[in-house]
Design a protein around this ligand. Structure first.
Ligand code: XMP
Length: 514
């Protein structure tokens, strides 16, 4: 048995939160979508199982089922919401389907004698978060009911000798005030010790990469200057030293001083890092000339990147491994039984390399969430400036110039973008805001400048809050900051006559304009 917690995902919007919370408590957690084969996951001897919530009704014929192997494995189990209902259904309890579900806060009355609720404090009831349609009306025969709400007679249940527990509420969400303690109690009852730390992860990952790569084989990494590839570089340079070769392609679509800044920051932190900056801006701009369709622009940039990167890779001689900064959410999405979500825009990566360049992939961050990558970066000494950079799309400023991309348009949007970033920083909002940037629209507007009529470009500012870029809301920025954007951009960026603020959320809009 290991200290690993295996989470079976029945489709709840909170499943990733269960993993995050569990890891934050010091236990390594991984997620397996329900319905996928269990052999490998169970072969790793998880020390505890958590069954997530889910949108289906356990009574529906097509609803995801509890695989009997999970109970046969005799591992301590916590079923949350749908997970508890599955336990009831499979172990002889009774359920009913409700016409109206229960969503939002409820008051939970725990059985203070249950070890699952040890150390909660003296209050009789606690605020918890509910989100369910069905309910358990009777716990399975050898189970004990260990909590109620005003509305539910069986809001929590347990079979202590087999260490099987069920909670109708969601302990993983912030609004359940006892959630963290209850999760911690379950994991302690399962007999696990909270010893998963970023420092131990860094050490183990370094040793594992060094073992896989060996003393003489080479690793190539496309460095974008973003958080993921930067932290991957920091980890790999520790693991394989001079056998790591990083290529940074300057496509001419970068932010102001970006190539220099990335080069200097990384060199400052890792003087021995082999980092080659390739200036391919002319090539990219040439290929983009006259193209205004957003998808066509993205495809051209993606292909041009592959061309430049392949050329550089060939110059390095025989390369054995290609490293990528893939994160855990991408991995979960790509193995989901429902398949990855529909293509909304074509994002480019280095997956489509020509046949003569066949590498083994190394994805050293693929078990981590974004905030864990930042914590790992801090552990490895990556400067905070690089760790807290806002996401920046691969096609760069080309998708922030609406319509055809010209050198002049890029210069304009680059200057406006630099002002937006400077002011966000000056107002101390860079961590609160997910992304903030300027977009050059391809319309003009009339104005008066000095005593004359002007006919200038229009710049839109987009600033959003988000946790994962899947959904986003426009940021409610202070008026004083909005005023700074407009005054500075109109005064300092030649050719701009008007500044707009984008108040669209995602969905239905996307974060980027193209
Ligand atoms: P959208 O515009 O789809 O963007 O709401 C979601 C997030 O992804 C970033 N983005 C990209 N990142 N290559 C990338 O590496 C791309 O082609 C790309 N397009 C969008 C965007 O900045 C936002 O954070």
């Amino acid at each position: 048995m290991t200290n690993h917690v295996l989470i079976i995902d029945y489709g709840s919007q909170f499943t990733q939160l269960i993993a995050r919370k569990t890891r934050a408590l010091g236990y390594f957690a991984s997620i397996l979508p329900a319905g996928l084969p269990l052999d490998e996951a169970l072969g790793q001897e998880p020390g505890a199982l958590i069954l997530s919530g889910g949108p289906a009704s356990v009574t529906d014929p097509g609803a995801p089922r509890l695989d009997p192997l999970l109970l046969e494995a005799k591992i301590p189990v916590l079923g949350i919401c749908y997970g508890m209902q599955l336990l009831a259904q499979n172990l002889g309890g009774a359920l009913s389907r409700e016409a109206h579900g229960e969503y939002g806060p409820a008051f939970f009355f725990p059985d203070a004698g249950s070890p699952l609720f040890k150390g909660l404090g003296t209050a009789k009831s606690w605020r918890v978060w509910m989100s369910h349609g069905d309910r358990v009306t009777q716990a399975p025969p050898d189970f004990r009911v260990i909590g109620k709400t005003g509305d539910l007679d069986v809001a929590a249940m347990s079979q202590e000798s087999r260490k099987i527990f069920g909670l109708q509420f969601h302990p993983e969400v912030h609004h359940t005030e006892i959630g963290e303690k209850v999760l911690r109690n379950f994991l302690a009852l399962a007999g696990l010790s909270p010893d998963w730390r970023m420092s131990s992860f860094a050490k183990e990952a370094t040793a594992e990469i060094a073992r896989v790569v060996g003393p003489d084989r080479k690793v190539l990494l496309a460095l974008s200057g973003g958080v993921d590839s930067t932290v991957a570089a920091a980890l790999l340079t520790r693991a394989v030293g001079k056998n790591l070769h990083c290529v940074f392609v300057d496509n001419g679509l970068l932010r102001l001083d970006e190539a220099r800044e990335v080069y200097e920051s990384l060199h400052g932190a890792y003087p021995d890092l082999d980092l080659k900056v390739v200036d391919a801006s002319k090539e990219f701009l040439e290929k983009l000339r006259g193209v205004s369709d957003p998808e066509a622009k993205r495809k051209i940039i993606g292909h041009a990147f592959i061309d430049v990167f392949s050329r550089e890779a060939r110059k390095l001689g025989k390369i054995d491994f290609l490293a990528q900064g893939t994160l855990y959410p991408d991995v979960i999405e790509s193995i989901s039984p429902q398949g990855p979500s529909a293509l909304i825009k074509s994002h480019h990566n280095v997956g489509a390399l020509p046949p003569d360049l066949r590498f083994t992939l190394i994805e050293p961050l693929k078990s981590l969430f974004k905030d864990e990558v930042r914590a790992l970066g801090a552990e490895l000494g990556v400067p905070p400036r690089l760790l807290w950079r806002h996401p920046f799309p691969g096609p760069g400023l080309a998708i922030r110039v609406v319509g055809a991309v010209t050198e002049e348009a890029l210069t304009l949007v680059r200057q406006a973008d630099a002002i937006v970033r400077e002011e966000i920083l000056a107002f101390g909002l860079e961590r609160e805001v997910w992304q903030a940037f300027a977009v050059l629209l391809n319309v003009r507007a009339v104005g008066v400048m000095g005593d004359g009529r002007s006919y200038g470009n229009v710049v839109a500012i987009r600033a959003v809050t988000s946790v994962d870029a899947m959904t986003a809301d426009w940021a409610r920025l202070p008026d004083a900051l909005l005023a700074r954007f407009s005054t500075r951009i109109i005064n300092e960026v030649p050719g701009v006559g008007r500044v707009l603020y984008d108040i669209s959320s995602k969905p239905p809009s996307t974060i980027e304009f193209e």
